[in-house]
Each structure stands twice: as C-alpha cells, then as structure tokens.
Design a protein. Structure first.
Length: 366
C-alpha cells in the first residue's frame, strides 16, 4: 500500500512521465505503457486517406520539419502517399519499431491542435494497422525522412472528389471558414494554414514532388557537394535527388524515396521542362464572406513551357543563399518594429528556374 501511495504521489507531482515508460529503445526513443483498449481504439483512428495524410503531416511537424513534401497518387483502388520531410529523422534501427504501438521520441511534448492530441506514439501504429503497407523508405538522425504508405480504397476510403480546391473565406468575426469537400487537398491546405509559422507544405503527384525535391536540393547543395557525392545516403533526404548526374540516376534515387517516375520524366525535370511546385499555402486565396469567385488552383503541374522559352535555371551557392537570407531577415526586422510584428522570424528563400521566392511568416506582437 505504501508503494502504491508513493507511486500515486509521484504521478501527481511529476505528471508520471518516467513511470509510463515501459522500455528505453535508445536514440531518444521509448515505448510507453499501453492498455489493450488503446490498441483497439487505434484501429478506428484511421478511417480514410485524409486521416492518413493529416497524421503523417502532424508527425513531420512534430519532428521539427521546416519543409514537407507530399506525393499523392492512385492506381485503380490503390492509394499511395509518399511524404518526405527535413525533420529530425529516425535512426535505421528504429525504422520498423516506430510503427509499433506507443513508440515515441516525444515523451513530454504531446501536442494538442485542431485535430486532437498528438505525440502519444499511436499515430504511425494506427496507420500501419489500417494500411496495406507502411514503411520508411529513407531516414537517419538529422537527415529527415521519407515515409511510404499504401492503402486499399475498398478497406480505407476517401472522398470521391479529389480535385476540387477548397475555398477560404474570412468571416466578419475575423475567423477563416473553409468550404469544399474534405479531400486530400483541403486536409493539406488546412494543415498548411494552421502550421504556417513552423513549416511549408508542398503537395502534388510523384513527378511534381520529384521536380520540387530536385530543385530544393539544387538550392541547398553546392556544385562540389553534388559532383563529389559518392554516397547519397550521407546527404539529407530532401537534397539527395540533386546529386543525380543523369536522368537514369534521378529516376533511381526517386524510387529509393518511394517516388516512382519514368526516366523520360526525370529527363524533363533535369532539362527544366517540369517546374517545381509552389508552396501549397501560396495557392490559397482567402476571400471575404459572400464572395463568389473561387480560387483557380491546380494540384498537378501540367503546363509545359513554350519551345522558345529560356530553360536555363538559376543556381545560388549555399553561402550566398545564407547571406541573402540574413540580409532579408535584417531588413524585415526594421519593418517589424515599426508595425509591432515579431522581428525574430526566419525567412524562407526558394530559388526556382525563373524566380526567387521569399516567404516571411508574419506574427503580431501581443
């Protein structure tokens, strides 16, 4: 009785964080104690493709990802989701274990957001028990991750309309209302809006995401790093595609991340024929209440450049990109002080084929 009383007292004082650990798995990961009822409930936590997408997005955000790339493809009744991020990464020894119940690296950092509680170590388990396959294609500590999930739509359904872009309206109260089917697009848009201060989301086909990751890598790696990279696994996951010297290697490296593309598509990407995606949030237009005009957005980059267009890309070295970002940050800090905005923000600079895009999160001082 005395031992039980002491245990209850420590739980009340310390939040029972050390008592609920069942096993230390190493590399910062633990397995928490779980009841059979929790495991049974986890089976019902994933009921649709959209549920899979939001749990993977939240998982990447909680792993401190700044950029999240989502490829959604479908073949007949099979849905495939590939999610690549530049977050904390997962050591190889944990690649299978993270799909077990109550395995987490976030012992005392559970998140409560608009989708509920996250960080209990059940999200990936819930996905795994409902999906046909769920695996980590690539990941290591400090190098980000690539998750691949395939589902059977006869078992786990999704909204029939997967092409309609959601409409965002600002209400008189100042809140933002969303209209449209609760499809993958809307799910990702709502997450991108909710998490805009911490991460940037890209959504498209496998080819779109490959083109975007290739451009992301070009803007992150120096020419020397790309030319003398003998082993791409030494690079962060999000930058590996840029080390491909030719279309065949690009298609092969993409496949290693779970992104299946043809060598022809890889050649078009390297030639600049397939442009990288804009951040998903850049395609969101918030209209005023009652406005009829919808947002004319596309999920796939289908437009091809004209034959006489200049296909040469712009490449900046990592040092020049960092210096440019620092100057933008300093310039914004002066503006922020005049308008009572948070000055300590991190601008995101993306170098594209025909533009340099700068995104600065705006946060009002309270």
């Amino acid at each position: 009785m005395a031992d039980k009383a002491l245990e209850n007292f420590i739980e009340n004082v310390c939040g029972d964080s050390h008592l609920r650990v069942e096993a230390d798995l190493g590399d910062g990961f633990v397995r928490l104690r779980s009841a059979e009822a929790e495991r049974r409930q986890a089976v019902h936590d994933i009921r649709s493709t959209e549920d899979v997408v939001i749990e993977l997005l939240r998982n990447a955000r909680d792993a401190n990802a700044r950029s999240i790339f989502v490829a959604a493809t479908r073949e007949e009744r099979r849905r495939r989701i590939v999610m690549v991020d530049d977050g904390d990464g997962i050591p190889p020894a944990m690649h299978e274990r993270v799909f077990e119940p109550r395995v987490t690296s976030k012992l005392d950092t559970m998140h409560l957001d608009k989708w509920g509680v996250h960080g209990r170590g059940m999200a990936l388990y819930s996905i795994a028990v409902n999906a046909e396959t769920a695996r980590i294609a690539a990941s290591d500590v400090g190098k980000g991750s690539a998750f691949v999930v395939e589902t059977d739509l006869d078992r786990i359904g999704e909204k029939t309309d997967q092409s309609t872009f959601p409409i965002f309206e600002r209400m008189e109260s100042g809140s933002v209302a969303v209209r449209g089917p609760k499809n993958i697009l809307r799910t990702a848009c709502e997450f991108a809006l909710e998490s805009r201060r911490s991460c940037t989301v890209y959504l498209g086909s496998a080819t779109d995401i490959t083109a975007t990751l290739y451009e992301f890598g070009l803007s992150s790696l120096t020419s020397a790093m790309r030319a003398f990279c003998a082993d791409t696994t030494r690079l962060p996951v999000c930058t590996r595609l840029a080390a491909a010297p030719d279309p065949a290697e690009l298609a092969d490296e993409s496949a290693k991340l779970g992104l299946a593309i043809s060598e022809r598509s890889a050649r078009r990407i390297m030639d600049g024929g397939i442009a990288p995606l804009e951040p998903l949030l850049a395609r969101v237009r918030i209209g005023e209440e009652g406005e009829e005009k919808p947002h004319p957005a596309r999920i796939l980059s289908e437009a091809s450049p004209s034959a006489d267009a200049d296909q040469r890309g712009l490449k900046l070295s990592q040092d020049d990109l960092a210096a440019f970002s620092d100057r933008i940050r300093a310039a914004y800090a002066e503006l922020a002080r005049d308008y009572y905005l948070e000055p300590e923000v991190r601008p995101e600079v993306r170098v594209g084929k025909d533009a340099i895009r700068i995104s600065i999160p705006v946060q009002k001082l309270r």
